[in-house]
Design a protein around this ligand. Structure first.
Ligand SMILES: *Cc1c(COP(=O)(O)O)cnc(C)c1O
Ligand SMILES: [Zn+2]
Length: 423
C-alpha cells in the first residue's frame, strides 16, 4: 500500500505510483497512468464550495475547471488559467425534434477560450507541467490540442512544439497554433504517426508531453461532466453522449462519474455513449466484440478532430463504457454533416466532430437504445469557426440544407431575383 498524499499518479497496469509533481506521463511498463484523488472529501462541503465559487469572479475562483480544484490538482503554485469552462447548456427544439427526443441539452464546449474542450484539460496539464519544472511543452494533435497548448504555453511563457498531420488540420486550428506562437510541424503522416514522433521527442529531448495520455489532461476534462451536473442541480441525465477519437474524453467522463458517485455528489450514474465516425471506428469495432479485441484502422472522415485510427486511451475508455453500462456507436460522414447543419441552423453551430454526438444520439434513439422519454446531454466539443472549409464545402453541394452565397451585380433587380428564387 502506498502512503503518498492524494492526488498522486498510479500506473493502471502495474500499480507503481509517483507524486503529483512527477514529470512522468507514461509508465516504464507501457501502461497508462491515472491520477488518484482523495476519496475522503465530504460531499456536503464540496458542493457548498463549488456552488459558492460558481457565482464568484471570473478569475481562478470563477474558472469552470479550477472551481473543482480540490478534486484536480490542489496545492500551492501558479495556476495557468484563462479562465475556461462555464459553458452553456443549450436547449433548442429544432435539434431535439430532429433527434427524436423531448429532453435534449447541448453542452457547448466550443465556448471555451480557444474554442474547444481541450482548454479544460490543458489548463490543468500545463499548470502541473510548470509546477513540475517543465521548460518546454509538446503535443501531437488533430488541431484543437495544438491550438489549446499553444495558447496556454504562451500564457505560461514556455515554448511549445506541436506536431500535426500535414494537410489534415482545419484552417481555424492551424491559424491558432501559429498565432499563439507555437513551433508548428506539419508532419507527412497521419495523427497516429504524429503521436509516435512526439513521444520519441519527449523522451529524448526532455520536453513535457501534453497529449491526452498525460493523465492531468483527463483531470481537467472531468469538469465538463461536473459542471454539467452542477448546472442541473446535481441531478444526472439518463445519458451523456460524446464524440470519440483518442478517447480522452470518454475516459475522463467515466472517471468524473466514478469519483462523483464515490464521494456522494450524485446518487445515480448516467450512461455514457461514445460516438465515432464510421471511417475512424476502432473503438466501435472493439465494442462489438465485447472489448475482447482491440483494433487499429486507417482513419478517414470529414470530422478531422476524431480522425484517429489507434486511440491512446483505449483501456481507460473501456472502463467507462463498462462501468456506466454505456454504448459505442458509429455514424457516417453524411449523418455527421446533416447533424451539423441542424445544429448550425439552430443558431448554435459546432465543428463536424461535435455534430457526431448529435448524429449518434439520433441513431441510438432510432434503434430504441435511447428511449424517447430519456434525458440526454450531448457534448458539442468544438466551435463552428474551427473548420470554415467544411461549412463552405457543404453548402456548395446539393442537398436539403444547402445555403450557398450568391454573387450579384449591385442592382436592386438582382436582389429581387435572388429573393424570389428557391435555394
Ligand atoms: C479532441 C476532440 C475530440 C475527440 O476527443 P477525444 O478525447 O480525443 O476522444 C472531439 N471533438 C473535438 C472538437 C475535439 O477537439
Ligand atoms: Zn506500469
Amino acid at each position: 500500500m502506498t502512503t503518498r498524499p492524494a492526488p498522486y499518479v498510479r500506473c493502471a497496469v502495474c500499480g507503481e505510483t509517483w507524486p503529483r509533481l512527477s514529470p512522468r506521463v507514461e509508465c516504464p511498463c507501457g501502461g497508462l497512468l491515472e491520477v488518484v484523488q482523495d476519496p475522503r472529501h465530504s460531499a456536503r462541503t464540496l458542493r457548498a464550495r463549488f456552488d459558492r465559487r460558481r457565482s464568484g469572479d471570473p478569475s481562478v475562483e470563477g474558472s469552470g475547471v479550477w472551481r473543482f480544484r480540490e478534486l484536480l490538482l490542489p496545492g500551492r503554485g501558479p495556476v495557468v488559467t484563462h479562465p475556461e469552462g462555464n459553458t452553456t447548456l443549450y436547449r433548442r427544439d429544432t435539434v431535439a425534434r430532429w433527434v427524436g427526443l423531448e429532453d435534449l441539452a447541448l453542452k457547448h464546449e466550443g465556448e471555451n477560450p480557444t474554442g474547444s474542450f481541450k482548454d479544460r484539460g490543458m489548463t490543468v496539464a500545463v499548470t502541473q507541467a510548470v509546477r513540475a519544472g517543465a521548460t518546454a511543452v509538446a503535443c501531437a494533435s488533430t488541431g484543437n490540442t495544438s491550438a489549446s497548448l499553444a495558447a496556454y504555453a504562451a500564457q505560461a511563457g514556455r515554448p511549445a512544439l506541436v506536431f500535426v498531420p500535414a494537410g489534415k488540420v482545419a484552417a481555424g486550428k492551424l491559424a491558432q497554433a501559429l498565432a499563439y506562437g507555437a513551433r508548428t510541424l506539419l508532419v507527412r503522416g497521419d495523427f497516429d504517426t504524429c503521436l509516435r514522433l512526439v513521444r520519441e521527442t519527449a523522451e529524448t529531448l526532455g520536453v513535457a508531453l501534453l497529449n491526452s495520455i498525460n493523465p492531468w489532461r483527463l483531470e481537467g476534462q472531468k469538469t465538463i461532466v461536473w459542471e454539467m451536473l452542477q448546472q442541473r442541480g446535481w441531478d444526472p441525465p439518463d445519458w451523456i453522449v460524446v464524440p470519440a477519437g483518442a478517447l480522452g474524453n470518454t475516459s475522463a467522463f467515466g472517471k468524473a462519474l466514478r469519483e462523483a458517485k464515490q464521494l456522494g455528489l450524485i446518487r445515480r450514474v448516467p450512461r455514457v455513449a461514445s460516438i465515432q465516425a464510421r471511417g475512424a471506428n476502432p473503438f466501435y469495432r472493439s465494442f462489438r466484440t465485447g472489448f475482447r479485441k482491440r483494433f487499429r484502422v486507417q482513419a478517414e472522415t470529414v470530422a478531422t478532430a476524431i480522425r484517429i485510427g489507434d486511440p491512446a486511451s483505449h483501456d481507460r475508455a473501456v472502463r467507462t463504457i463498462r462501468e456506466t453500462r454505456g454504448l459505442v456507436e458509429a455514424v457516417s460522414d453524411a449523418q455527421i454533416l446533416e447533424a451539423k447543419a441542424v445544429v448550425d441552423g439552430s443558431g448554435i453551430g459546432c465543428e463536424p466532430a461535435s455534430a457526431a454526438a448529435v448524429a449518434g444520439t439520433r441513431q441510438l434513439v432510432r434503434k430504441g437504445l435511447i428511449k424517447k422519454g430519456h434525458s440526454v446531454v450531448a457534448v458539442l466539443t468544438g466551435n463552428l469557426l474551427k473548420d470554415p472549409d467544411a461549412v463552405m464545402g457543404f453548402h456548395a453541394r446539393k442537398g436539403r440544407w444547402r445555403n450557398p452565397p450568391v454573387e450579384i451585380e449591385p442592382r436592386l433587380s438582382d436582389v429581387e431575383r435572388v429573393l424570389k428564387r428557391r435555394r
